[in-house]
Write a protein that binds this ligand. Structure first.
Ligand code: BG6
Length: 484
């Protein structure tokens, strides 16, 4: 299969927070990979902007180290790295003061795409937006990229939207949810809207329930201070899982156009029902043999923040009324796996009296690792001796089906950053979408706070708290195994 790389237009990309963790881990390696793929023109300029006392040479060394740390050696020849570094510059800058902004203005060129990546704490968004405007740096067609967390609740998200809107139009703002950049997440749309096969079955009429699992084996790592203020609900459900729900549940947009797609997603969020306290289980991991407990990880013995959440969510519209979506996500679980399972109803009447118990068709879409799809179907067990049924998987691993191209799945950031340069907002969240997501999330969190709810403890390396099993059992359903 021939990979088609269409170069983007020349651009200047300023990374505020250019020496930060995200820049090192994701933004710079992703830019480099796109550069090597031939997608970034040689005359593009990547400007790191941060407080650190560095000059151009110092920052280039920083970038080279980041590439060495986060990309395998096979992906970076010294020649490619040297060519890439030629396009890298640095500005020492004070986001809340005046230093550096004039220099940034001097570097700005008019004849190319202009993008500003706000890889900084949200508390700095307003200050940076205001300076880009006041110093006459950003043009009216400039693009800005902002990261999550986009607010802590509805009120703070509104304040952030307002701060950005004072200087930039919505069409200029690219709010990243990196899940939307994952290949398999985009595949959800391809599977649904490029095949006739699934659409007639894609509703409460034929789907019993939908299960979305995003399980991680890692703990909160060095992000304890942030995470303890957020918890799984704010960190994963309000954004990533919500986006997955939207892509599964949305109606077909009239075209693959940013606002058409986002309008449809927004309707799903509006149709989400309030979630009762009985429909949620929160958990917090215990210490494992070699790992600390959540409370130790965040350095807060009294923490009531959840590192795990399982919930039953209902969508009140014609398509989905009666088909629950069960969501679960957590840290320090048994395996790292993200999977969406569409569990179809059983046949209305079984003509095979010897048939075995559970035999629903399941379409499982594996987001990571081993990206692919499996459709479980019932067939006759081979051989004479009656009509015995067995379940077999129709299994498609993208790596196998697509060869080298399927094996080399680009990082979500590669796709998303190139979309910013191309000026395509389809895979970015619109302001109203983020606010609607918070409007649904806020009452749930407030409910816990009012009730003084404490998460159940679960063993490190397990599937989460026992109580989460009940969430399914009482509906006569069961979770799928968490396994790679
Ligand atoms: C981030 C969360 O947005 O997504 C992290 O803040 C989480 O807590 C991460 O670990 C998961 O992303 P991925 O791409 O590894 O599934």
């Amino acid at each position: 299969m021939v990979s088609r790389v269409i170069p983007v237009d020349p651009f200047d990309l300023v990374i505020f927070g250019g020496t930060g963790d995200l820049a090192r881990r994701k933004i710079l390696p992703s830019l480099f990979r796109r550069f090597v793929a031939g997608q970034i023109p040689d005359n593009a300029l990547i400007i790191g902007a941060a407080r650190s006392d560095l000059d151009q040479a110092g920052y280039r060394s920083f970038v080279a180290e980041a590439l060495a740390e986060f990309l395998p050696a096979a992906q970076r020849t010294p020649e490619d790295v040297a060519r890439f570094l030629d396009d890298v510059d640095y500005v020492k800058l004070d986001a809340t003061g005046d230093e550096g902004w004039e220099r940034l203005k001097d570097l700005a060129r008019d004849d190319r795409v202009q993008a500003f990546y706000f890889s900084v704490a949200p508390s700095l968004f307003g200050a940076i937006a205001e300076r880009l405007h006041r110093f006459g740096i950003a043009r009216t067609d400039a693009r800005i990229v902002v990261e999550k967390p986009f607010g802590h609740d509805l009120e703070s998200a509104r304040a952030l939207n307002a701060a950005l809107a004072s200087h930039f139009a919505e069409r200029q703002i690219y709010r990243i949810d990196h899940y939307l950049g994952k290949e398999t997440v985009q595949n959800l749309m391809a599977v649904r809207f490029a095949n006739i096969l699934f659409e007639p079955l894609w509703s409460a009429r034929y789907i019993d329930h939908v299960e979305i699992t995003v399980a991680e084996t890692v703990g909160v790592g060095g992000r304890g201070a942030y995470y303890d203020q957020s918890g799984a609900m704010r960190d994963m459900v309000q954004n990533h899982m919500m986006q997955l729900v939207c892509l599964i549940a949305m109606e077909a947009p009239y075209e693959f156009d940013p606002d058409a797609v986002r309008d449809e997603k927004l309707k799903v969020i509006h149709a989400l029902q309030p979630v009762g306290m009985d429909d949620i289980v929160r958990g917090q991991y215990r210490a494992g043999a070699d790992t600390q407990s959540y409370a130790e990880d965040v350095g807060n013995p009294a923490s009531t923040t959840e590192s795990y959440i399982a919930m039953k969510v209902e969508i009140a519209n014609w398509r989905w009324k009666g088909t629950p979506f069960y969501l679960r996500t957590g840290k320090r679980l048994r395996a790292r796996t993200s999977e969406i399972a569409i569990v179809f109803k059983e046949v209305p009447h079984s003509i095979f009296h010897d048939a075995i118990g559970w035999h629903e068709n399941v379409l499982a879409i594996r987001l990571q690792p081993n990206e692919g799809m499996t459709l479980s179907v019932m067939i006759k067990e081979p051989g004479p001796g009656g009509m015995r049924l067995i379940e077999v998987p129709l299994d498609m691993s993208f790596a196998e089906a697509l060869g080298a191209e399927g094996a080399d799945i680009p990082d979500a950031y590669e796709r998303l950053i190139m979309d910013v340069i191309r000026g395509n907002q389809t895979l970015f969240m619109r302001g109203d979408e983020v606010e609607a997501a918070w409007a649904w999330t806020d009452p749930i969190i407030r409910g816990w706070e009012e009730q003084g709810d404490r998460p159940r403890l679960y063993d490190a390396g397990s599937s989460g708290p026992e109580d989460s099993l009940m969430l399914m059992h009482r509906d006569k359903r069961r979770w799928r195994e968490i396994s790679e």
